[in-house]
Design a protein around this ligand. Structure first.
Ligand code: NAD
Ligand code: UDP
Length: 320
């Protein structure tokens, strides 16, 4: 039985990866310190004999453990991911932790991968493109990032993560892959993460004002979680992709005020749409070019925004 490490496995995306891997017959070791993740995301997995949890901060040295022998694959998904400082889970409120898990944490996991001759996948982000001057964003675009801005702990953390992953690939000839994930949503996303989809659904369900930041003309492209997870598994398990970097996201680009209207209508909410200050360095547009994923992974998203939102809204309705 092959063993897979899922760093950040108690998070939104990581908990899907853990489940899929268990279904496919892998032995899964989840490493998480629950800084933004949730025990309830994985509590049903505890009963599975092929699932193990290591409660550990990856920014500190990984302690020796029998669980960490004979590893075949490592997913590095551990990092706070929300930019909204109003949320207790936001990377803005964990600036040093975010830098460290993407830098020292990446180093620790790469060293583990090297010692085990394991394949390593680093979860980067569309944020490495910053406030992009080209659209859609292709993998060869270098980005436009403010190295000292409020979002820099995340953007530069991810850029460092990409750099060190590539350095291990070049220097040690390791089998590494980098994914640049674009905005992803769906059931089991943190309902209090302050991100746009969760905020708008919560507000609309409670008939409270829907808070659009700025004029709402900035765009995002939203990918449903199961589509993203299918892409991530392909990127990890297809051979001969050593050293690759690939965008995964849904190119269905929408502006934020339209998203507010869409969610309000879908929920048949009486919320009014209000406009608040746009946060510093908020990217004006974001849309993935997914030609590379189509070609190398034979992957494209299948779930429409409408269908994905329906499932997400149902999930939010049953949360307390
Ligand atoms: P999440 O916050 O739900 O999950 C991240 C997990 O990592 C959490 O369980 C958290 O506790 C864990 N973690 C963080 N720091 C840690 C540390 N030092 N040691 C151990 N565990 C630690 O976020 P997510 O949305 O599931 O994101 C997963 C990955 O995908 C992240 O690397 C994120 O940057 C990336 N990503 C996500 C999105 C998105 O839209 N959700 C977009 C781009 C990139
Ligand atoms: N946003 C908004 N209202 C909210 C939360 C977010 O208008 O209550 C905007 C935010 O300013 C950004 C977009 O929605 O332009 C997406 O924000 P999110 O926090 O989901 O992540 P980002 O894509 O910025 O990393």
């Amino acid at each position: 039985m092959q063993k897979v490490i899922v760093a950040g496995g108690a998070g939104f995306i990581g908990s899907y990866i853990c489940r899929q891997l268990l279904e496919k017959g892998y032995l899964v070791v989840c490493i998480d310190n629950f800084i933004t993740g949730d025990k309830k995301n994985i509590e049903d997995l505890d009963k599975n004999n092929n699932f193990h949890l290591l409660d550990h901060d990856l920014a500190t040295e990984i302690p020796p453990s029998d669980l960490l022998n004979n590893i075949s694959y490592i997913f590095h998904l551990a990092s706070p991911a929300s930019p909204n400082k109003k949320s207790k889970r936001s990377y803005i409120n964990f600036p040093i932790e975010t830098l460290l898990v993407n830098s020292v944490g990446s180093y620790n996991l790469l060293m583990l991968a090297k010692s085990q001759n394991a394949r390593f996948l680093f979860a980067s982000s569309s944020e490495i493109y910053g406030d992009p001057e080209v659209s859609p964003q292709t993998e060869d675009y270098f980005g436009n990032v403010n190295s000292r801005g409020i979002r820099s702990v995340y953007d530069e953390g991810k850029r460092f993560g990409e750099a060190i992953t590539t350095a291990f690939f070049r220097k040690h000839n390791m089998d590494t892959r980098i994914v640049r994930i674009f905005n992803t949503y769906g059931p089991r996303m943190q309902i209090d993460d302050g991100r746009v989809v969760s905020n708008f659904i919560n507000q609309a369900l409670r008939n409270e004002p829907i808070t659009v930041y700025g004029a709402g003309m900035q765009t995002r492209s939203f990918c449903y979680i199961t589509d993203l997870v299918n892409g991530l598994l392909k990127l990890m398990f297809i051979d001969n992709l050593n050293g690759e970097v690939i965008n995964l996201g849904n190119p269905d680009e929408r502006n934020i005020v339209d998203v507010a209207r869409f969610i309000k209508n879908k929920i048949e909410s009486s919320s009014e749409i209000i406009f608040e200050t746009l946060p510093e360095d908020d990217p004006k547009k974001r849309k993935p070019d997914i030609s590379k994923a189509k070609k190398l992974l034979d992957w494209k998203p299948e779930v429409s925004f409408e269908d994905g939102l329906e499932k997400t809204i149902e999930y939010f309705k049953i949360q307390k």
